[in-house]
Design a protein around this ligand. Structure first.
Ligand SMILES: *Cc1c(COP(=O)(O)O)cnc(C)c1O
Length: 504
């Protein structure tokens, strides 16, 4: 036996055990010292410097190097990463991961179960199934519902529309798309969603051969929810043109605003117009555990299919998401039998091969992260975490208003969209540039990571306040600092403000 090979695998030898312990210890030490103990979310290194360091570190050796020297390099990578576990990192729907999720990653990696066929994941398959059943019950679905873990919202939304499209082609054109491809009449198919729906709705439509133009955007009301009157108007208009609206996508937690469409009303509308209703709850799906805000999801069980992301407001490591369907028969539209993997006999014998309902083949055992998280933390505390962040976002929005910021909405979840207004009468172009500059300044200072976006053609800043360890005191400080810096940005061309330093 060549011990040079042996030491690199999980193998019952002293060598392997030693190397593994060393790797884990130095990894844990990097995490404890360089991830947990950072005092700001970003070092502020320039892009050029980061690229140069990456180039240096990624030189591949012919012979393996010593663990200390390798881990020193890895530490550099960690050091210049965005510290998403720092409460002042508030740009995107990108969460601080819970410790149980991080620990579970290690077991997922060590087992390396592939979730496509039962024989590769005999226990993991059933764990995934049971975790999904738990969520199915929580959603309020009946026993004939089903689900599958996915890589995230993009994949889940794609699956929802894929099933809906295939069903529609069966219903309207008696075409089995899986077997025969799209019929010519498929160009008549239309999907409705709000103007604030996630871009993956259009992306999916494009990939499904329906085209971006098959997505009809419905106007929203003053709470950034689907406007039902406009939805009816658009539906009637489509029917008049002899087009075929077959699906409506409601969003529970829009990416920019965190607004939640009125799911009960949309369920009714979908019934009347015979639409497949998909709910994109990538963000808002965590309200299933909320003590205070669960009602905002309404009768989620009215949906034909649902997207829930666990790597957003469920605080799981990337990637972790799920897709649910009201009727498990829908998965027939994508089932494919391979003799070597999931033969039809398996099905007859009651053997579950998760590849039957997935568009992935080799697939991660992400369900373990959810299981470990909820077993350790409990659903009660989890719900409290989510509620706390929403309350904090509401208080922050109020405080911004008191300080003369323009806040565009009343937060429903924990995203707050706002912009700094210098002086009344400043031209809108300058206000836009000023806010872009603010976002950049704070990113480069490394102290505060915000997002920027556009609404009604104007630039807005965004706090996505996912972190339960954020505080109102800290938010007041950030707001004061934004104000101070904002006032210093002058109109003079070319004047930069980087010499000013913020004191925290
Ligand atoms: C994040 C998000 C998505 C995309 O999900 P990924 O997990 O990034 O693939 C889709 N819809 C909404 C509303 C989201 O917030």
């Amino acid at each position: 036996m060549n011990t040079n090979f042996e030491q690199w695998f999980q193998h019952p030898s002293e060598q392997s055990e030693k190397i593994f312990q060393e790797l884990i210890e130095s990894t844990a030490s990097i995490i404890v010292n360089k991830v947990m103990k950072v005092n700001k979310p970003f070092t502020g290194a320039s892009r050029e410097d980061i690229q140069a360091m990456a180039r240096e570190i990624t030189r591949m050796p012919v012979c393996g190097q010593h663990i200390e020297s390798v881990m020193d390099d890895i530490q550099e990578i960690v050091k210049h990463s965005l510290s998403i576990s720092h409460p002042s990192a508030m740009a995107h729907l990108h969460c601080p991961p819970l410790l149980p999720s991080i620990a579970a990653e290690m077991i997922i990696g060590a087992l390396n179960q592939s979730m496509d066929s039962w024989d590769q994941s005999p226990m993991a398959t059933y764990v995934e199934e049971e975790v999904l059943k738990y969520f199915i019950k929580l959603i309020g679905y009946q026993a004939n519902a089903d689900g599958v873990f996915t890589s995230g919202g993009t994949q889940s939304n794609y699956m929802g529309l894929l099933l809906a499209r295939n069903q529609a082609c069966q219903t309207y054109f008696s075409t089995n798309v899986q077997r025969d491809g799209l019929p010519i009449e498929a160009s008549k198919l239309r999907i409705l969603c709000s103007e604030h729906a996630h871009f993956t709705i259009q992306q999916s439509a494009a990939q499904l051969g329906l085209g971006i133009n098959s997505v009809v955007k419905v106007k929203t009301n003053d709470q950034q929810q689907i406007c039902l009157d406009d939805a009816r108007k658009k539906l009637n208009h489509l029917h008049q043109q002899e087009l075929i609206p077959f699906a409506i996508v409601a969003t529970a937690g829009t990416t920019d605003f965190g607004s939640i469409d009125n799911l009960n009303d949309i369920t009714e509308l979908a019934d009347v117009y015979r639409l497949w209703m998909h709910v994109d709850a990538a963000y808002g799906g965590a309200l299933l555990f909320s003590h205070q805000y669960r009602h905002l999801l309404g009768q989620l069980s009215g949906a034909d299919s649902i997207t829930i992301d666990f790597h957003k407001l469920y605080y799981q490591t990337i990637s972790c998401g799920a897709f649910f369907v009201k009727d498990r028969q829908s998965f027939q539209h994508i089932m494919y039998h391979a003799d070597y993997l999931n033969p039809e006999e398996d099905h007859e014998e009651g053997i579950i091969n998760l590849v039957d309902k997935s568009i992935q083949t080799t697939k991660r055992f992400d369900a373990l992260k959810i299981l470990m998280t909820f077993k350790l933390i409990g659903t009660d505390t989890f719900g409290e975490m989510v509620d706390y962040t929403i309350q904090l976002a509401n208080k922050t929005a109020q405080h911004l208003r008191l300080n003369d910021f323009d806040v565009i909405h009343e937060p429903m979840l924990n995203a707050v969209l706002f912009r700094f207004l210098p002086d009344i009468g400043d031209d809108p172009q300058f206000v836009d540039e000023l806010n872009i500059e603010l976002q950049r300044y704070f990113y480069q200072s490394g102290e505060l990571i915000m997002a920027k976006t556009k609404q009604n053609g104007r630039v807005y800043l965004k706090f996505t306040m996912l972190h339960p360890l954020n505080t109102f005191e800290k938010m007041k400080q950030h707001i004061e600092n934004i104000k101070q810096i904002g006032k210093k940005i002058k109109r003079e061309e070319g004047e930069k403000i980087y010499e000013y330093s913020v004191h925290y």
